[in-house]
Design a protein around this ligand. Structure first.
Ligand code: GRF
Length: 200
């Protein structure tokens, strides 16, 4: 197996950290790309000795133009696998076409419930008793592609955003490496929306 993974980030990078701490994944992470300077995820990458850079959206007139800049950066490094781990931007056609079937995203809710930027607070506000995390392939629609793994997280009566988010994060740190390992091993089979992981 060989792979060249780019992890896309925008913030704290705890999911990036979970990937970097997985010995089956770390050797293949060649790039951490952020849309924002100064974020903790970039520090984590540097500390792990992984190339870390910012592709700034300023100056790009639309999503497609920004996406072309991202695609160029990834292509220059021969990236074949993309993990969107807290990346707060929607990827455009250039990236989606070129890396079709090779882009995973982690979402802090049980999709198709609570898509969008506020998965944790939307679930709390709605009063659901169970939420969770989803790792899915990225397609043209937001938080929509075929689902690879999910884990349920119970919402407790006295949960706040902070306490719930902590348990959501813990679940993400289990599910994202699991899905990435399966993708790297070629154990993921997609049939329409139905995804199976060989050996599980
Ligand atoms: C995660 O909860 C992810 O699901 C969401 O943004 C958060 C990023 O956290 N899209 P981190 O930067 O990996 O700590």
């Amino acid at each position: 197996m060989d792979a060249r993974i780019a992890v896309l980030v925008s913030g704290s990078g705890s999911n990036l950290q979970a990937l970097l701490e997985d010995p089956g994944i770390r050797p293949y992470v060649v790039l951490v790309l952020s849309d924002r300077p100064g974020v903790r995820a970039l520090e984590r990458a540097e500390r792990a000795g992984v190339e870390a850079l910012v592709v700034d959206p300023t100056g790009h007139e639309d999503r497609e133009s920004y996406s072309r800049a991202v695609a160029e950066t990834l292509a220059e490094r021969n990236v074949d696998t993309i993990v969107s781990a807290g990346f707060m931007r929607i990827l455009g056609t250039e990236v989606l076409k070129r890396w079709h079937g090779r882009i995973l995203n982690v979402h802090p809710a049980l999709l198709p419930s609570f898509p969008g930027m506020r998965g944790v607070s939307d679930a709390l506000a709605h009063g659901v008793k169970i939420t969770g995390v989803t790792v899915h392939f990225v397609d043209e629609e937001v938080d929509h592609g075929p689902i690879v793994t999910q884990e349920a997280v119970e919402i407790l009566p006295d949960d706040t955003w902070d306490t719930l988010e902590e348990r959501i994060h813990a679940a993400e740190h289990r599910q994202l490496p699991r899905a990435v390992r399966a993708l790297l091993d070629g154990r993921i089979h997609v049939d329409g929306r139905s995804v199976t992981i060989e050996g599980e």
